[in-house]
Structure formats: C-alpha cells, structure tokens
Design a protein around this ligand. Structure first.
Ligand SMILES: Cc1cc2nc3c(=O)[nH]c(=O)nc-3n(C[C@H](O)[C@H](O)[C@H](O)COP(=O)(O)OP(=O)(O)OC[C@H]3O[C@@H](n4cnc5c(N)ncnc54)[C@H](O)[C@@H]3O)c2cc1C
Length: 382
C-alpha cells in the first residue's frame, strides 16, 4: 500500500467504487481506496439491487433515471456485466395511497420518464397470479428492474483500477487525521497514509470515522432484513420487480428463488460492529403471510435464507453527499437510508465533480448537502 495519495477514499462499496471510478475518469491521479474487508463486502452486498424511478423526491428521481441509463448499458460503460434484468417494475396501490402513487406517476411523466397507469383489470392482465381484491391501481415502468450489486460494484472497481486507482483491501482506517483545519492523512492498522483529501464512504460505519465532534453527522444504523424464498415449479422464472403499498411487500425473482422484503418500523439503533445478523422469525412470518395474500399461489413458499444488513438512516431519508465539510479536503457520501444502490452510479459522478471542480455539473446534488442540518447557529445532529 502506498504511503501517500492525492485522494484517499474510505470504503469500497457502491459509493466508494463509483466516486473513485469517476475521479479517475475525470483525470485525477494517485487515488487510493481503503476497505477493511474486500471490495463490496459491506452493505451493498446485501442490497436487493432494485432500480426503479418511482421514488418520492424529484431530485433523486433525476439521479436514479440517469443512473438507470448506465445500468442499461453497463458493460459498454464499465467493461463488465452487472446482470441488470429489465423485468419491468409494478407498483400497486389501494385506495388510501392511490393519490400519492398517482402524483409520483405524474411527476415521472412530466419528466418524460415512461410510466403507465393501470387499473385492476390491466394489473391482472400483466400479472395473472396476483390477487387484486384490495387494489385500485398501479404504476408500471417497463424499463426498470434490478441488478446484481456485487457484480456492479466489482465491475466499477475493475474499471477504476484500469484507470490507475489502487485498492487496498483488508486495511482498517482507525482515524482521519487533520491539522490546522486541513486533512493531512489517515491512520490505518497498516500505517499512516499522507493525503490532503479524504472521501468518507463507509456506509453505516461513517459516523464512527467522522473526525469532527462539533459537527455531528446525523446518521443512525438500523437493521434491514430481506428473505430469499423458493417458488413452486411452473411459475415464470423472471417475474416483475414489484412493490405493494397495501401490504408493504417488495419482490423480484431470479430463477427458482425470489427476494421478498416487507416494510416495517425501523426503531432500534445498532452499533455497526455488533448487530444481530439473524433474520427475525416474526419478520419472515409477516412477509410470507403478506405474500400469500397478494400471490395466493405462493402460499407454500419457504424461506431459503435470510439476509440482515444495516440501513444508514438520516432524519429526512436523503443521504449526505457533500464537502469540504468543516476541514479542507474532507468529503462525505453516506446516509443512503436503504436506497443508495440505484443512484450510486451518478451520485459518484456528482461527488467526483464537486471534489475536482468545486461543483457537481452533470447532475444536481445540492439537495444532499450537509448544510441542511444546520440551523442559525449550530449543527442539529440527531
Ligand atoms: C437489506 C438491504 C437491502 C437493500 N436494497 C436496496 C435496493 O434494492 N436498492 C437500492 O438502491 N438500495 C438498497 N439498499 C441500500 C444500499 O445497499 C446502500 O444504500 C448502498 O449499498 C450503500 O453503499 P455504501 O457504499 O454507502 O456502503 P457499503 O456498501 O456498506 O460500503 C462501505 C464500506 O466501508 C467499509 N468500511 C467501513 N469502516 C471502515 C474502516 N474503518 N476502514 C476501512 N473500510 C471501512 C466497509 O467494509 C464497506 O465495504 C439495501 C440495503 C440493505 C441493507
């Protein structure tokens, strides 16, 4: 591992690999990415990989839409496949949430993004195994789907390496070092790396490494769980990506296995180094019960394996992607609140431009500034 670098990126997940690729692609040199594990061994490896534009905030929708264009042509852009499957994304709703779903659908249309409004008959035609008894409508995006996050991030890392970025795996950063209001290096378990610029992309571990106690990052780690379930034979092997406003379930299918998640209350805050990694039995029961209601033919589905990860939540559910924060040369990209994979390809570009040019030019990332957590005279924290 080198002892000096122009830029040190901490964390080789979706964000760290994206920003390091874009930095190198924009001409930056001597970039070192450090990860305590392997490339993509953090929370990105647990991601469901959903890539859909049906999302609440217009700024984020724009980033996801630009990112989706990269997912469509991933191999041409980054030299290897990310297993993006354009299954289509179906977002169903009942009466209560219909106005919200409709307004997002209309926002997508006003942006020129393809989205179709379906009534119950049309939902059933598109998805014959669904129970529509308590549904009123759906928004459908034919060009959305999901990707394999590990393949996506590994290909980004390989593309970054081909442009000269060095990755040091198995290196734990202990502390970000600064002097006189400027970054001067990072202390690791394998020695000191001298640098003037640090990009902290450590997912739920980010607050543990943040060097400024007087400017707390409002990020809390909460457990996120998903089930992988078997499917009865004879059903389509590549089903639609799906979200249900009534039951809260979301699914996509790969061969004989489906991913299945369900919305639940994120109350507990966890230490990212010590959290319960066993899926909760009541979560599985709740998800399978809701699945059986929506897709009765899947009523016999069984859990194959459970995945438990951490969501790095902020108070408003948007990440903090900003810098310099408090110190010359200090940048942060974290707090993705359980949804960072789908926007990471373009978020990384916005951050790379901010670092090298002082402003994101290709995409707008103003809405994820750290300044939104400051009131008149202090940092709000959480
Ligand atoms: C169960 C689950 C399902 C999800 N599903 C989706 C989805 O369908 N679609 C979507 O868009 N998003 C989804 N997400 C969210 C998405 O996965 C995350 O927002 C995104 O992957 C965050 O990427 P990251 O690079 O910020 O973090 P990470 O991937 O966690 O990367 C951080 C890296 O920092 C490293 N690190 C930490 N501390 C140190 C240290 N001291 N020294 C060196 N390295 C360190 C870690 O090893 C890790 O590799 C899901 C998340 C979970 C948990």
């Amino acid at each position: 591992m080198r002892e000096t670098a122009d830029i040190v990126v901490i964390g080789a997940g979706a964000l760290g690999c994206s920003v390091s690729y874009h930095l190198a692609n924009l001409g930056a040199k001597n970039i070192l990415v450090l990860d305590k594990g392997a490339i993509c061994s953090g929370e990105t490896s647990k991601s469901g990989g959903f890539v859909q534009t049906h999302w609440v905030s217009l700024d984020e929708v724009r980033l996801i839409t630009r990112s989706r264009e990269l997912f469509w042509e991933w191999e041409d852009n980054f030299g290897a496949d990310c297993a993006y499957v354009e299954t289509g994304y179906l977002h169903v709703t009942g009466e209560e949430r219909e106005p919200t779903v409709r307004s997002i659908h209309e926002m997508l249309l006003s942006e020129g993004i393809e989205s179709h409004w379906l009534d119950r008959r049309e939902i059933k035609k598109l998805q014959p195994i669904i129970n529509v008894s308590d549904l009123t409508a759906a928004a459908f995006e034919p060009r959305s789907g999901w990707a394999n996050p590990v393949k996506a991030v590994q290909s980004l890392a390989a593309a970054a390496q081909s442009k000269g970025v060095e990755f040091a795996e198995g290196v734990t950063v202990r502390q970000i070092s600064h002097r006189g209001g400027k970054i001067d290096g990072v202390e690791t378990d394998q020695g000191f790396v001298s640098t003037r610029c640090v990009v902290l992309c450590a997912g739920p571990w980010t607050p543990l490494l943040h060097p400024l106690a007087s400017m707390p990052l409002p990020i809390k780690a909460k457990r996120g769980q998903v089930c992988y379930i078997n499917r009865p034979g004879g059903l389509p092997k590549n089903e639609l990506a799906f979200y249900d406003e009534v039951t809260g379930i979301y699914t996509h299918t790969d061969g004989d296995t489906s991913l299945l998640g369900i919305d639940f209350d994120f109350t507990d805050v966890w230490d990212p180094n010590r959290y319960n990694r066993t899926i909760d039995e009541d979560y599985v029961e709740m998800a399978l019960g809701a699945l059986a209601h929506r897709f009765p033919i899947l009523g016999t589905a069984q859990l194959v394996r459970g995945v438990v990860g951490l969501y790095d939540f902020t108070p408003d559910g948007h990440p903090i992607v900003d810098g310099p924060i408090g110190l010359d040369g200090y940048y942060v990209a974290a707090g993705f609140s359980g949804a960072g994979f789908k926007s990471s390809p373009m978020m990384g570009l916005g951050l790379a431009e901010l670092i090298l040019k002082g402003k994101a030019e290709t995409v707008n990332i103003d809405f994820v500034s750290f300044a939104r957590y400051r009131d008149s005279d202090h940092w709000i924290g959480w």
